[in-house]
Design a protein around this ligand. Structure first.
Ligand code: SF4
Length: 755
């Protein structure tokens, strides 16, 4: 049973989080070399040059030529190098051992791999192949995500693989697929400069994707109007032209109401709708219910602001619409995303200069990580695991019988329900910290405790890995090479700066070592990431996410390649080694292998789809007992579950502890002053944090950032309701109540090492 072996504080004292030292190397020491690579954190994947000396990353220099960020970095990028040579870095394999004060003892790497193989074999022989599940991370390179999908299905023969992109991009991806037949943002960010209107829905760009802010501001300096839709006046909202303070969970209603106003005023592009789309009439019929008065009533956005949004968006000649987790982390997240797409399609502003639509990726490889087979229902190249032709093609690439390729698995949360039900008894996880990142985390902990065997691969002992029977020391971003696909759809290359320290290995080597120890090495004998990428190119060929024309050399030459990039011209079938990729989707003269000349969108008739994006009240909505909305999100100096950023001193100092943000009117009503201990309760749990009284939030809503673990974890409160299509959890709204705490929480009296 994968129970935490000893007291958690004892594990923390041994394995962290501790904060890193503030400097690397001696003051003034010159680097031996500069390595051009990318930031390891968010989906912007900014270019950076790492300074290396004595096999240690000692700092960074801007990489000014890299076209996306031109040398700019946010606080996380500036301090990313401090994760290397970190005191918490795992240098050996570990085995759980409750007799040790730290709960673990170091073991030889080969011994650990042999134990993993023995346990997987035992479980699968007794309970079948599906008794072992795999969870991957969307920060992994695309090569690793491809290999992990193949490992689960070919080596372990289990259908149960999913990834933490389930918590990030899946609502957007599902909506894009339904509307456009392809799941990628439509334009390079540079296209934003010169546009007339930018609408940001549920996207705290200044904190979650800071370099995007620079593009928004450049556009604004050239006259663009900026609309921000958010329950919080986030930093970008403080400089916008129109702020829509939407009540949490009401976004689909807002989009329907604005579209109705555009229709009423004749601010839609009828010619485009007629020529390039289907389904508009059903959507228009649905929107008729959404009068301005009803929309204002449901959304909490004043009628005059709704009218202004319709006017700005409807009358523009060029525009960009962006959304992020704020509208996607909902049990109707797909509908919300479809609502935005309906506004974009009705405007007809796609496939033109300065006109675009996109979802702002959160995780480092949130885009590439969802394209090549780590998702439970997908095969490489964005192929479908239920499509017989797609299965046959991939089985051919993997040299197995199609019948031996498992069918669809289940989403990451459902996988935990299967663990809880005893159906899945073994788990392999890599760079995923579900104990902090999944909703209703007390349930996740209970499920973890039921595992018969758990192996975690990571470079720090994250909060979930504390439950592991075996921990294998994986690689940091700068210790391996491979590709990732950043927010614009640009495939870029991460380059190795230093070797893995101690017994740590590149993750793809560890996966292959397990396959070999299981006696199932066929298909897992790659010598390097380049070899994996070469197979991935073949596997993606002919899929919507076609990477077949991308090479490491082309990425370097062009500073990134926008997919699709074809090895063979889809029009002629002739080799096209010079294909440069596809920076802008849906251009009028574009050709794609699905429409085959019938139109610009990726459906056989070439037309985009309007979809009725109906509003549904969120699960666990406010009521008398729980009268306030809780919404969760990020702060600029922390990243996801904090495994890395809670270990980097300057980032910890910038925002050391989570706070409960609440409006002064609410604080006054509850008798809570700024900085006082405050308790938030939902139907799942209770946490006590200090209050942060701010005027930048709706008075009916509180906000808690989610980067912390244990008693400070916002996800003890969140609800595990999921979107029925994308299965994304509803992180962005649930009902809560708040009161002044009875006193300081018990954790306040015991300092953790990073404090
Ligand atoms: S914006 Fe994202 S990729 Fe760029 S430096 Fe910050 S965290 Fe890194």
């Amino acid at each position: 049973m994968a129970k935490i072996p000893v007291d958690e504080l004892a594990i923390t004292r041994a394995y962290g989080p501790h904060v890193s030292a503030k400097i690397r190397g001696a003051p003034g020491e010159e680097p031996e070399r500069l390595v051009k690579t990318h930031c390891c954190f968010c989906g912007q994947q900014c270019g950076i040059q790492l300074k290396v000396r004595n096999e240690q990353v000692i700092g960074f220099e801007p990489w000014e030529e890299f076209p996306f960020n031109r040398g700019m970095l946010c606080p996380k990028g500036v301090k990313r190098y401090l994760q290397g040579s970190h005191p918490d870095r795992l240098l050996t394999a570990l085995a759980r051992d409750p007799s040790q004060s730290s709960g673990f003892r170091p073991i030889a790497y080969d011994e650990a791999i042999a134990k993993v193989a023995r346990e997987i074999e035992r479980l699968q022989e007794t309970h079948g192949h599906g008794s072992v599940g795999v969870l991957g991370g969307a920060s992994l390179t695309t090569e690793k995500t491809y290999l992990l999908g193949k490992f689960a299905r070919v080596c372990l023969k289990t259908p149960f693989i999913d990834y933490n992109g389930r918590l990030c991009m899946v609502s957007a991806g599902a909506a894009n697929k339904k509307a456009f037949g392809i799941d990628r943002t439509t334009n390079p960010w540079a296209d934003m400069i010169g546009t007339e209107v930018i609408w940001l829905a549920g996207s705290n760009v200044a904190e979650c994707s800071p370099i995007t802010t620079n593009y928004v501001w450049q556009a604004r300096e050239r006259g663009a109007k900026v609309i921000v839709q958010d329950p919080r006046i986030t930093p970008i909202a403080r400089t916008c032209d129109l702020y829509l303070p939407v009540r949490p969970g009401r976004d689909a209603a807002l989009f329907a109401g604005v579209l109705q106003l555009m229709i009423d005023n004749g601010w839609i592009d009828r010619d485009f709708i007629e020529a390039h789309t289907v389904g508009f009439d059903e959507v228009a019929k649905y929107c008729r219910e959404w009068t301005p008065a009803r929309t204002a009533d449901v959304t909490g956005v004043p009628e005059r602001s709704l009218r202004k949004a319709a006017e700005l968006w409807g009358q523009a000649k060029s525009s960009f619409f962006f959304h992020a987790r704020g509208i996607e982390h909902h049990s109707n997240g797909v509908q919300n995303a479809l609502g935005t797409i309906n506004l974009v399609l009705a405007s007809g502003r796609l496939g033109k200069p300065n006109c675009g639509y996109g979802t702002i990726v959160g995780q480092a490889n949130g885009q590439g990580g969802r394209e090549h087979g780590m998702k439970c229902d997908q095969l490489p190249g964005w192929r479908e695991i239920t499509n017989p032709d797609h299965r046959k093609y991939i089985a051919g690439v993997w040299d197995i019988e199609e019948k031996d390729l498992p069918g669809p698995g289940v989403d990451a949360y459902e996988l935990f329900r299967k663990i809880d039900a005893g159906e899945i008894k073994g788990l392999v996880s890599i760079c995923f910290n579900p104990k902090v990142s999944l909703p209703d985390s007390d349930f996740v902990t209970r499920a973890l405790e039921k595992l018969e065997f758990y192996v975690a691969i990571d470079f720090f002992l994250n909060d979930t890995a504390r439950h592991a029977d075996v921990v294998l020391p994986g690689s940091l971003h700068e210790e391996d090479e491979g590709t990732v696909t950043q927010v614009e759809g640009r495939v870029i290359k991460v380059n190795k700066a230093v070797e893995c320290p101690g017994d740590a290995r590149q993750d793809w080597r560890i996966v292959q070592d397990i396959a070999r120890a299981l006696g199932r090495p066929k298909g897992f004998t790659f010598d390097d990431p380049r070899a994996i990428f070469e197979e991935l190119r073949v596997a993606s060929k002919g899929g919507v996410a076609d990477y077949s024309g991308i090479t490491y050399e082309k990425i370097e030459r062009q500073m990134g390649v926008f997919w699709p990039c074809y090895a063979e011209d889809p029009r002629t079938g002739k080799a096209s080694p010079d294909h440069e990729g596809t920076p802008r989707l849906f251009a009028p003269d574009s050709y794609n292998p699905v429409a085959k000349g019938a139109g610009r969108f990726y459906f056989p008739d070439g037309k985009a789809r309007f979809n009725v994006a109906d509003y549904r009240t969120p699960a666990d909505d406010v009521d008398e007992a729980y009268p306030l909305f809780l919404t969760t999100g990020r702060v600029v100096s922390q990243f996801l579950s904090g495994t890395q950023t809670r270990r980097i001193g300057p980032l910890v100092s910038q925002y050391p502890e989570p706070r409960i943000e609440l409006h002064p009117r609410l604080a006054q009503k509850l008798g809570i002053a700024d900085g006082e201990w405050t308790t938030c309760e939902t139907r799942r749990g209770t946490i006590t944090l200090k209050a942060m009284v701010v005027t930048t939030i709706r008075p009916d809503t509180i906000f808690i950032p989610y980067h912390w673990a244990g008693e400070k974890s916002a996800n003890r409160l969140t609800v595990a309701a999921q979107d029925p299509i994308s299965k994304i959890p509803q992180y962005k709204v649930c009902a809560c109540r708040v009161r002044k705490a009875d006193g300081a929480p018990s954790y306040a009296s015991v300092l953790e090492p990073q404090q």
